[in-house]
Ligand binder design. Structure first.
Ligand code: AMP
Ligand code: ZN
Length: 109
């Protein structure tokens, strides 16, 4: 998708601090972290939100959840949130599906 910031991260045309990846998904640091751990996990293919991802490519959603869970287990003590803002009025600002992993329990705390 032209003009989608997360498609540009997938393509490598804008930088991100990538912390994990699979064939279908990428995890990277949120540019404005709201917790000591704040990572975004996205499908490589463009879907507007998690509901569309679930309907259109459920295997990609499972892959995203598995990658996110692995990163969370590496970077937190096992206490974390995995959230998907869906729709503008719920706070979604980037319309490429993404899960936020947030935690105030980084692994070295
Ligand atoms: P949401 O409000 O759920 O759509 O979340 C979008 C998230 O993307 C916010 O937490 C932003 O800080 C984050 N974000 C926006 N642009 C970038 C970027 N270029 N690299 C990393 N994170 C970003
Ligand atoms: Zn996109």
């Amino acid at each position: 998708m032209i003009d989608c910031i997360f498609c540009k991260i997938v393509a490598g045309s804008i930088p991100a601090t990538i912390v994990g990846e699979t064939e279908r998904s990428i995890a990277f640091q949120d540019v404005q972290p709201r917790q000591p751990v704040h990572i975004l996990v996205i499908p490589r293919q463009h879907h507007a939100n998690v509901a569309e991802l679930a309907n259109n490519d459920p295997e990609a959603l499972v892959d995203l959840m598995q990658l996110g869970s692995r990163i969370a287990s590496e970077q937190t003590t096992g206490h974390f949130r995995f959230t998907f803002n869906t729709g503008e009025l719920a706070g979604q600002t980037v319309f490429h599906a993404h899960g936020h992993i947030t935690s105030n329990q980084p692994v070295n705390s």
